[in-house]
Each structure stands twice: as structure tokens, then as C-alpha cells.
Design a protein around this ligand. Structure first.
Ligand code: NAI
Length: 325
């Protein structure tokens, strides 16, 4: 049996975590031979509820779970952490402006970035799920002076999976037949789900669907899927968000064998997106590292969509700039 690794999950008493913790504990994320120590973090007011979740984890008698820690202190919860899934965030309250939401979250993610920098494994892999995910990841990364910025990522995998599912339904194929899907930019309504390089089996997706469907149906459906789920369920997507988080970390840790996936990562100038934001890119993963898929042709339509979502990220950044010091 391998040595256990430490997996921290924040927002551990919340609804995404109620699915995520059990998927991680069962081995979906890191494989059926990788024992885990669960480090669960939430705020003091949620600790009683979290106790109930921990009781349920115990009651599953998962063979891979060697220990479960529940805490309201990031310095304790991130001690030696190998994988950090930052799910907990401040939801938008009544009358709260976008800037207020950004600032409230900025405070949470600056504290957590500092704690990760001090306490986590030097090789920690961090995935930010809590919204606004890209900018929260930027804040955590900027506050983690002792870690490499590339260790901080944001989740656009749910959008990627939603795009696969929509295209599969439209073309009468299976999601596993589809490759080279891309989500560019922000996990928000400006994200750009791009099928210009996508294959369905051996065929180019753009030859199977028309541009009108792409612009009027596919892109808005993927962009607005979160809102559609809230409308239907009365609650935001949780199990699908947890599943996407599992996919993101699984692929980053264990590799994609050449398959493209989408990850929000610190921009490095690739595709004209200057450094300073966390931006969704197509990547491949191997040996615990991700690499941006380079050399793709970008048409005029794609360029304008990619620039629009970058612009939104720059505006989010401007709203919390002082917390990036
Ligand atoms: P939830 O409200 O059910 O749970 C959030 C939990 O975070 C609560 O238990 C709360 O006490 C905790 N929390 C708040 N501040 C914290 C802090 N400073 N430290 C630790 N825990 C803290 O929310 P849910 O449904 O689990 O969603 C969590 C986040 O994920 C939200 O921001 C949501 O918008 C986001 N989300 C992101 C998606 C993505 O694709 N990136 C998809 C779906 C949701």
C-alpha cells in the first residue's frame, strides 16, 4: 500500500463537499490504491454540521481513509497538504454588489493562500472551486509567496464537461467520442466554449453542426448552465461540480495521456493573454504537471470571445488589486 497523501477540502460542511468528500474518500480522484488523510476546513459556525459529515465518512468504512481531521483553522487544515480543493466561499447575499462579493472572497482566499504557503507540502496542487473561482485562485496564488504560481489553478472543468455533454447530445455521440474541447477564460457567463478544434470521433465538430447552433444555442447553454440548474433544482450545481473537481485533480495528478482538458491557470502570454490573470486554457497533463496546448489557430470569432472573457478577468483583478501585494 502507498503512503497516505493529505487532501484538504474547504467549505467541507457545504453541498459540493457533501459529494466531493465521498468521491475522494472512495478513490475516484487519486486511484484505488492511494490512501488519503482528509483535512476538512469550514468556518466555526459550520463545525457542528461538519461533525455530522465526518460521522458519515466514518460510517462508510472507506478502506482508503486513514484519518479525518475537521478544523476551522487553515493553518491546521493545510498542514502538510498535498492536494487542496478550495471550495468554501462567500455566496452573494441580498443587495451585495459584485465588488463586495469579490472583496469578501478576496479576504478568505488571501488568508488561505498564506496558510498554504506556510504549511502545505512544497509540491501542493491547489484547485479553487469557490466563486469567483479564477480571481480567488489569483488571490490565493499571490499570497502564497513560498509556492510556485503554477501550483494554483481554478476550475473550468465543469464547463468543459457541460460542453462535452451538449455536443454529444447534438451529434448523437458519446462524450468519450469527443476530443479537443476547450473552455477559454473565466468560469462565468463570458467563458468561451470553443469547438473549432474539436473532434467527434475522427470528424471535425464544425462540419457536423452549423455556426448558428454554436452561437445561438451551444455557447449560451454552456455559459448559462449554472443558472438553469439553480432554476430547476432551487440550489446550485453540487454533484456535477464535485465530479468536475475530481476530474481536474485526477488528470493533473495522474496525467491525461495526451488528451486535452481545460484548466484555469496563471496566464503566461500564450494566445495573447498577458500574465496577471487565471485563465481557462486547453492543457495536457503528465508527471504531475500541466502544459498549455500550443500552436492552435485562432479565428476572428474566437479572438473576440477570448478577449471579452479576458477583459472581465482584468476588471475582477482591478477590483481586488490591493489584496495582491
Ligand atoms: P455551500 O454554501 O453549500 O457551502 C459553502 C461552504 O463554505 C459552507 O459550509 C460555508 O460555511 C463554507 N465557508 C465559507 N467561508 C469559508 C471559509 N473562509 N473557510 C472555509 N469554509 C468556508 O456552497 P456550495 O454549493 O458547496 O458551493 C461552494 C462554492 O463553489 C460557491 O462559491 C459556488 O459558487 C462555487 N461553485 C463553483 C463552480 C465552478 O465550476 N467553479 C460550480 C459550482 C459552484
Amino acid at each position: 500500500m502507498k503512503k497516505p497523501v493529505k487532501v484538504a477540502i474547504t467549505g467541507a460542511a457545504g453541498q459540493i463537499a457533501y459529494s466531493l468528500i465521498f468521491r475522494v474518500a472512495s478513490g475516484s480522484m487519486l486511484g484505488p490504491d492511494q490512501p488519503v488523510i482528509l483535512q476538512l476546513l469550514d468556518i466555526p459556525d459550520a463545525l457542528e454540521k461538519l461533525k455530522g459529515t465526518v460521522m458519515e465518512v466514518d460510517d462508510c468504512a472507506f478502506p482508503l481513509v486513514t484519518e479525518t481531521i475537521a478544523s476551522a483553522d487553515p493553518m491546521e487544515a493545510f498542514d502538510g497538504t498535498d492536494y487542496a480543493l478550495l471550495v468554501g466561499a462567500r455566496p452573494r447575499g441580498p443587495g451585495m454588489e459584485r465588488k463586495d462579493l469579490l472583496e469578501a472572497n478576496a479576504k478568505i482566499f488571501s488568508v488561505q493562500g498564506k496558510a498554504l504557503s506556510e504549511k502545505a507540502s512544497r509540491d501542493v496542487k491547489v484547485l479553487v472551486v469557490g466563486n469567483p473561482a479564477n480571481t480567488n485562485a489569483l488571490i490565493a496564488q499571490s499570497n502564497a509567496k513560498k509556492l510556485d504560481p503554477r501550483q494554483f489553478t481554478a476550475m473550468v472543468r465543469l464547463d468543459h464537461n457541460r460542453a462535452l455533454s451538449q455536443l454529444a447530445a447534438k451529434t448523437g455521440s458519446k462524450t468519450t467520442d469527443i476530443s479537443k474541447m476547450i473552455i477559454w477564460g473565466n468560469h462565468s457567463a463570458t467563458q468561451y466554449p470553443d469547438i473549432t478544434h474539436t473532434l467527434v470521433g475522427e470528424k471535425a465538430a464544425v462540419n457536423l453542426v452549423d455556426q448558428e447552433w454554436v452561437e445561438k444555442d451551444f455557447i449560451p447553454t454552456v455559459q448559462q448552465r449554472g443558472a438553469a440548474i439553480i432554476k430547476a433544482r432551487g440550489l446550485s450545481s453540487a454533484a456535477s461540480a464535485a465530479s468536475a473537481a475530481v476530474d481536474h485533480m485526477h488528470d493533473w495528478a495522474l496525467g491525461t495521456n495526451g488528451k486535452w482538458v481545460s484548466m484555469g491557470i496563471p496566464s503566461d502570454g500564450s494566445y495573447g493573454i498577458k500574465p496577471g490573470v487565471v485563465y481557462g486554457y486547453p492543457v495536457t497533463c503528465a508527471n504531475g504537471k500541466y502544459e498549455i496546448v500550443q500552436g492552435l489557430s485562432i479565428n476572428e470569432f474566437s479572438r473576440s470571445r477570448m478577449d471579452a472573457t479576458e477583459q472581465e478577468l482584468r476588471e475582477e483583478r482591478a477590483a481586488i488589486e490591493e489584496l495582491l501585494k
